[in-house]
Design a protein around this ligand. Structure first.
Ligand code: GDG
Length: 496
């Protein structure tokens, strides 16, 4: 079978947001700029080599765009109406699934009209993928906004090989079972050949939900899906990572190092700089971190002349009620702590509610003696890995919540339970006082892990599993087999 349709592709990625942003200049002209996210970095080499396409939303409601080609990637925009942004995205994705999948830290809202919109939008994404995938193509669906797509796509295009990766946790059954549409979501996901999770525990939670709700047999990591044509689905952990060497390269740049020094001086050269970098999200435990720090200052275990906390809280989901409330709470607490403890020359917390360029982030990582990652639940937490990758001189201490996926891998971090405020306070003091040799021992071991298991390794591992998951349909002759081509692409980008 030969693919004569130039608008069909052998490798198609779907995610809620496209990897490009539409930027409108002052004179009204619009251009597309690549957003520098980790996922794009991971998939760009495969995309380019396989001449792949990316299906997603451009981030603005009610605007229709034709497909276009940008920097090695065919971009296929999906339109969302303002109502759909409200119901499918801000509603069902960010106010039902997000809190439910993060241990119900905030209460999930269940609304039938949100669900209906989620189904409709998932079908639109599936249709777009079905139209743009070549015969026998590989389609990789990303994240919780699109969990129904695998089943919808398989129904339309049984010839495709379909992968799904869940970037956020999959909750324990006792929590998951709250969801009124719990069976539909499981059925949606089981349309994939390979379902990837961040942690072994997430894959386990999913398999348990499948047994409880569907009664299917699971033999870890395989799930037997009965039916006219019984199938086997692989559900397994593929922990995501970062483009580690690019962080190290940035950290080694003289201008970035000079900027780190400047940041330190700007803060009055305190003995210790502590850093938190998070989307302003209730899962990240920013409030717990501030509470611990405030108590340490108030008890005199830390002095404001010696320690400054830099907190970057990048704006996120600002139209969702829980996020508005969180922002108010955090900013009230920051104001209180600064009001109580700052002096004219020393701030207790340097708080920033905006995003920074990547160079500035790395300069902050270099300036920080202690990195605080205190998430209450986090699929992976890339910030922890970015800090480690940037610390090429092997100094610095990572305080890391055990409720992050990253803590499964970064075993030499100072692991904490963010709910245990006394334990967190002790860990902060321990981190500040840790001798250099001990910092180096820990950092060396974590750096080995992060540099070896980087994001290209993640995508290659996932795509290899996907390649192995399905027998090439007999109708596809060897020469035309997109899976075979993908495999040789993988071989080309695979590191030795
Ligand atoms: C989800 C899951 C999982 C943040 N502020 C700025 C900035 N960032 C970058 C960080 C990091 C990324 O955003 C955040 O990634 P995280 O992993 O920490 O968290 P989520 O956004 O919640 O991501 C998470 C991830 O998906 C991947 O699967 O690890 O568990 O929740 O890369 O550096 N980057 C720049 N300026 C900022 O101000 N340039």
């Amino acid at each position: 079978m030969t693919n004569d349709n130039p608008e069909q592709y052998d490798f198609v990625v779907l995610s809620n947001r496209l990897p490009v942003d539409r930027v409108v200049a002052a004179d009204g002209t619009a251009t597309w700029e690549h957003s520098p996210g980790g996922l794009v970095t991971a998939l760009e080499p495969v995309m380019r080599a396989a001449d792949g396409a990316w299906v997603g939303w451009a981030g603005q409601a009610d605007l229709e765009f034709d497909p276009f080609y940008s920097d090695g990637i065919h971009i296929i925009p999906v339109t969302l109406t303002a109502d759909e942004v409200e119901n499918y995205y801000e509603g069902f994705s960010n106010d039902t699934l997000w809190p439910l999948y993060h241990d119900v830290i905030s209460s999930p809202s269940y609304h039938r009209e949100w669900w209906e919109s989620y189904v409709l939008v998932n079908q639109r994404f599936a249709d777009a993928a079905a139209a743009s995938a070549a015969p026998g193509a590989v389609v990789w669906v990303q994240d919780y906004q699109l969990q129904l797509v695998p089943k919808m796509l398989r129904a339309a295009r049984p010839d495709l090989t379909i992968g799904f990766f869940n970037h956020i946790p999959f909750p324990p059954y006792g929590i998951y079972s709250q969801l009124p549409w719990r069976k539909q979501i499981i059925e949606g996901l089981l349309g994939a050949d390979v379902i990837g999770f961040q942690r072994v525990a997430d894959a386990g939670n999913f398999a348990r939900a499948v047994r409880r709700l569907m009664g299917y047999v699971t033999k870890t990591p395989l799930i037997e899906v009965p039916g006219e044509e019984p199938r086997t689905v692989l559900a397994k952990a593929f922990p995501i990572s970062i483009d580690s060497s690019s962080f190290e390269e940035l950290a080694r740049r003289p201008d970035v190092q000079a900027r780190a020094k400047e940041i330190r001086e700007g803060l009055g050269n305190p003995k210790t700089i502590m850093l938190g970098v998070d989307r302003l999200d209730y899962t990240k435990g920013i409030g717990h971190r501030l509470k611990a720090y405030g108590e340490l200052l108030s008890e005199g275990r830390l002095e404001v002349e010696d320690v400054t906390l830099v907190q970057v809280a990048s704006p996120s989901r600002e139209r969702v009620q829980a996020y508005m409330q969180l922002r108010d709470e955090i900013e009230l607490t920051v104001g209180r702590i600064n009001g109580d403890f700052a002096t004219i020359s020393h701030t207790a917390i340097s708080y920033h509610h905006h995003g920074y360029p990547r160079e500035e982030m790395v300069a902050l990582y270099l300036a920080a003696d202690v990195m605080l990652v205190t998430a209450l639940r986090d699929g992976m937490n890339l910030v922890a890995k970015e800090y480690v990758a940037s610390r090429f001189d092997e100094t610095g201490v990572l305080v890391l919540s055990e409720f992050t996926g990253a803590s499964d891998e970064l075993k030499r971090a100072l692991r904490i339970n963010p709910h245990d405020i006394d334990g967190l306070k002790d860990a902060i003091v321990h981190a500040i006082e840790m001798p250099r040799e001990q910092q180096a021992k820990r950092m060396r071991s974590m750096r080995k892990q992060v540099l070896r298991f980087d994001v290209s390794r993640w995508s290659v591992d996932f795509l290899t599993a996907l390649r192995q998951s399905r027998v090439v349909p007999a109708v596809i002759e060897d020469d035309d087999d997109p899976l075979g081509e993908l495999e040789s692409t993988i071989d080309r980008i695979r590191r030795p």
